[in-house]
Write a protein that binds this ligand. Structure first.
Ligand code: KIV
Ligand code: ZN
Length: 523
């Protein structure tokens, strides 16, 4: 009999907690939309008590995204749980996820509580959460370094107090497949839980075993797995969603289990996350890395040409990897362009097609081969800009730089109908350009982060720039794509600046950028 495994995605909570992966509220919403398209069962949207920004992001996702359950994390105390409920209550299917540490080291040094006090806190937290909403998940933090009989006791108490899902985190990535299998079996056999209570697992990757441990737990009977896109998360990350899902699919013979994931959305979800965080996966990353389906050696290529199955256990198209050969050219028309986007899974309005088509034509003048990767980058860039009110529009710019002179830039932009021209110098071409834009827009921006990535290979590759900009007490991220990296940099900065000028940016105190997790976990 095939078992259905529930996918609990924690990219927006555990993933976002990792340094460098902080996302603004609007980026989180965009990722949540894509996770819903991907078909995850649960989106853990954040930790509402961590900051007002996190609360707002969870609330917005709960009120906007339909389909998956929307969960929020809460420590086992009344304030966190009530705050979490306020954030998730607008969801079609809300869930409160409460946790407390159960290992001797955490109880003694972090919580400074005796085991019986921890059990009491768990019981009260779950009972309160259950009085507010129908679905409550309870996690025993650092479960894999906890006493097994203590886990049986606390999970039994939590289930009787109303927890509907019992989660067994390998918080520090310490366990092994065999040990985790035995622990999950032991808990399933000994916890006295009402019918229907699910066992869930949550693995970190400190020893590179997160996916293997998760699969072992599925074999042992776990029916919910917690994971993140691209495996992002605290330290070495969490178990990677795409690896678990494809292992279950490719080796159905081993696990006899399925998920509701639309695997053709995997690549797009992975790319979106890379683009909103500005952090790329390594080329050899399983399933979504640039080399995951590339065959370099002569022997492999020869085998592939004779029969794909010689070296391919899954097809790139199964996970939605676009074709990297030429797909459209300079002379392609609007209908072919629209058809190709539809083939890639985009449903755009006529106005959106018009504007993306204009970008495509500009690109076709500059770039010899246009691939699906390029089309996805254009649409991603358009999406990033379309959702922001354009208070300022950059009409033109010029930058002069060299190793023996000071970089200078001049810009011409339109701010609320007024055309302004300004020039400035800087340490390099980008800083000169950003100073000139600041002057012309009467904006005092501080560049907090700047990242440049190539979308495809080759000299005429598209460059994708992501920035984080602060002005006064506001902070925003921006994205820009172009074959010219200076132009991509200008677009990214304008994108962030317009968010701040139009009032769509976060307050600095709510910015979930690197460092916020220190506030969140300080119990
Ligand atoms: O790793 C962990 O223990 C967690 C819990 C809060 C579920 O992320
Ligand atoms: Zn975790």
């Amino acid at each position: 009999m095939t078992r259905r495994i529930r996918i609990f995605d924690t990219t927006l909570r555990d993933g976002e907690q990792a340094p460098g992966f902080g996302m603004t509220a609007e980026a989180k919403l965009e990722v949540a939309r894509q996770l819903s398209k991907l078909g995850v069962d649960v989106i853990e949207a954040g930790f509402p008590a961590a900051s007002p920004g996190d609360f707002e992001a969870v609330r917005t996702i709960a009120e906007t995204i339909t389909g998956p359950t929307i969960a929020g994390l809460a420590r086992a105390n009344e304030d966190d749980i009530r705050r979490c409920y306020e954030a998730v209550k607008g969801a079609q299917k809300p869930r409160i996820h409460t946790f407390i540490a159960t290992s001797p080291i955490h109880m003694e040094y972090k919580l400074r509580k005796k085991p019986e006090e921890v059990v009491r806190a768990a019981r009260e937290a779950v009972a309160l959460a259950r009085s507010l909403g129908p679905e409550v998940e309870f996690s025993a933090e650092d479960a894999t370094r906890s006493d097994w009989n203590f886990l049986v006791q606390i999970f039994t108490v939590a289930a009787r107090a109303g927890a509907t899902i019992l989660n067994v985190p390998d918080t520090v990535g310490y366990t092994t497949p065999k040990e985790y299998y035995d622990l999950i079996r032991y808990l399933i056999e000994h916890v006295d839980a009402p019918e229907g209570v699910q066992f869930s697992v949550h693995c970190h990757n400190d020893l590179g075993l997160a996916v293997a441990n998760t699969l072992a737990a599925i074999e042992a009977g776990a029916t919910q797995v917690e994971c993140t896109i691209n495996g992002i998360g605290e330290r070495a990350g969490n178990a990677a969603l795409e690896e678990i899902v494809m292992a279950l699919r490719v080796r159905r013979d081993q696990w006899g289990a399925t998920t509701a994931i639309n695997t053709r959305e995997i690549y797009r979800t992975s790319r979106l996350l890379q683009s909103v965080t500005g952090i790329q996966v390594q080329p050899n990353k399983a399933i979504v890395g640039a080399n995951a389906f590339a065959h370099e050696s002569g022997i492999h290529q020869d085998g592939m040409l004779k029969h794909r199955d010689t070296y391919e256990i899954m097809k790139p198209e199964d996970v939605g990897v676009p074709e990297s050969s030429l797909v459209l050219g300079k002379h392609s028309g609007r209908a072919a362009f629209r058809a190709r986007l539809e083939h890639l899974g985009y449903q755009l309005t006529d106005a959106e097609i018009d504007s993306a088509f204009r970008r495509f034509k500009e690109l076709a003048d500059r770039k010899r081969t246009i691939t699906d990767h390029d089309l996805m980058a254009i649409v991603g860039d358009e999406q990033a800009h379309r959702t922001v009110t354009e208070v300022c529009r950059l009409e033109s710019f010029q930058v002069v730089a060299g190793n023996e002179r000071i970089a200078t830039a001049s810009v011409r932009l339109v701010r609320e109908g007024e055309v302004v021209q300004e020039a400035a110098s800087g340490d390099g071409p980008i800083s000169a350009l950003y100073h000139a834009i600041d002057r012309a827009a009467r904006f005092e921006g501080q560049l907090l982060d700047y990242r440049l990535n190539a979308v495809t290979e080759g000299e005429d590759a598209l460059g994708e720039v992501t920035v984080r900009v602060r002005a006064g007490d506001r902070v925003a991220s921006g994205r820009g794509t172009s074959t010219d990296v200076i132009e991509a940099s200008a677009r990214a900065y304008m994108n962030a600046m317009n968010k701040i000028l139009s009032g769509a940016a976060l307050a600095v105190s709510d910015d979930p950028a690197p460092g916020w997790q220190m506030r969140a976990y300080g119990d």
